[in-house]
Every structure is written in C-alpha cells, then in structure tokens.
Write a protein that binds this ligand. Structure first.
Ligand code: GTB
Length: 216
C-alpha cells in the first residue's frame, strides 16, 4: 500500500520547501517509498475530516492502511523504523540518531521558531526591535554549540541518518536570516543535505505543487 501524506495546497513559502511536509517527503525519498499527497487549503485543514487526523489542524499527516500519524518527527521516525536507510543497524548508533532527531525539534528548532515568529508575525510590534538581538543570540548560542559538535564531520554521528535529515530541515528555516552563514561548517552541512538526490526529488515535488497552484 502507498502511504498518503498531506501538504499545503498553496504553501506560504512559495515553494521554498520550508513547510514540514518537506521532511516527510525527503524521508520517503531516502528510503525509496512512493507516496501520494493530499493537498489541503487552510480552510480544509481546520475542518472535521482533517481534524480527525490531526487534532491541531496542521500538515503534515501520514496515512498507511490502519495507521494515521501527525507530527513530522514522529512520521519520519516511523518511516525510518520501517525501511532501511535512515537509521543505523547498531542499537546504540540507532539510539543516538533518534537522539539527534529530538535535539533537532526540541532544542534547535525552538529558538529558530521564536526568531521566525519575531520576524514574520511580530515585526509591527513596538518591542520587536529591542527584543530581536536577544532572540537572534539565542539562535546563535545553539548554532555555536551545534557547530562545535559537528566540527569537520560530514554528518552528526557517522553516516547520514534521520537525525541529520531532521537537523538539516530545521536549519533550513534560518537561511533567509543570514545567521547560518556565520557558521561555515553548518552552512556546508545544510548544503550537503540539500545535495542529496532524495532531497532534490522531494524539493522538486513540493515546488511542482506550488507552481501548478500559481499557474493553474
Ligand atoms: N510540530 C508539528 C510538526 O512537526 O508536524 C508542526 C506542524 C506545523 O507547524 N505545520 C504547519 C501548519 O500546518 C505547516 S509547517 N500550519 C498551519 C496552521 O497551523 O494553521 C510550518 C511552516 C509554515 C509556513 C512556512 N513558510 O511559509 O515558510 C514554513 C513552515
């Protein structure tokens, strides 16, 4: 059976691959699992049929037979557990790869989302200008620590894993801010992720949705 995921009918990022269906698409491409996509308008995301799948009315979701999941990290972990290619066979290395997935969404993504919110949603507030350096420095703290740990390695812990997939996906949200460029090894790490054929296939697929929505 082919799993079905959900994605924005028209992504607000203009096809830059920043919405979280991208990490699920990338994981499915890495393991060679074909998938279907159900596109949703913002309105449909908040209605009964989708809320039955996703209590918070968001994308992405994942359906495969009797299984329905939401939360991009949980979906990527499920895909990585079912197919070879995203988690090491060695039990300890596997646990560490999963640790990096959690680090990506819990420890690194949190300050990045603060920054994104400050820039996109709070830019008109009187206090944003004063608060911004603090928010940026919280991101810098995490990047500095991550950069120190990565060093000159290609990936976070040996071979590319679901941990790297999640971390690269999270770091990509920073590109527009320029903060990533302050850490050349992290910029190169993200570029390595983007250069993977599976990433490119996933990116092209989500871009095609945006292009079709814009021209259709
Ligand atoms: N923790 C959940 C997960 O990881 O799956 C978060 C899911 C989530 O935030 N989904 C967003 C959503 O459905 C889309 S990805 N938002 C609609 C809503 O909440 O009503 C977040 C996102 C949105 C837009 C951009 N962008 O334009 O650049 C990037 C990322």
């Amino acid at each position: 059976m082919i799993p079905t995921i959900t994605a924005f009918e028209r992504s607000p990022d203009g096809g830059k691959g920043l919405a979280r269906d991208m990490r699920v698409r990338w994981a499915l491409e890495e393991v060679g699992q074909p998938y279907d996509v159900r596109l949703l308008s913002f309105e449909a995301m908040k209605q009964g049929a989708h809320l039955a799948l996703h209590p918070f009315g968001q994308i992405p979701t994942y359906e495969d037979g009797d299984l329905a999941l939401f939360e991009s990290g949980a979906i990527v972990l499920h895909i990585a557990g079912r197919h070879a290619g995203l988690l090491p066979a060695d039990a300890n290395a596997r646990a560490r790869a999963i640790m990096w997935m959690f680090a990506a969404v819990n420890t690194v993504e949190a300050p990045i989302l603060e920054l994104v919110s400050a820039r996109l949603l709070e830019s008109d507030k009187s206090w944003t200008k004063e608060r911004m350096p603090l928010v940026e420095d919280r991101v810098r703290d995490r990047l500095k620590q991550l950069s120190a740990r990565l060093g000159d390695a290609d990936w976070l812990d040996g071979a590319f894993s679901a941990g790297d997939l999640m971390m690269v996906a999270v770091l990509l949200r920073l590109r527009a801010s320029g903060l990533l460029d302050e850490y050349p090894n992290l910029s190169a790490y993200v570029a390595r992720g983007e250069a993977r054929p599976a990433y490119k296939r996933a990116f092209d697929a989500q871009l095609a949705v945006f292009t079709a929505a814009s021209t259709g």
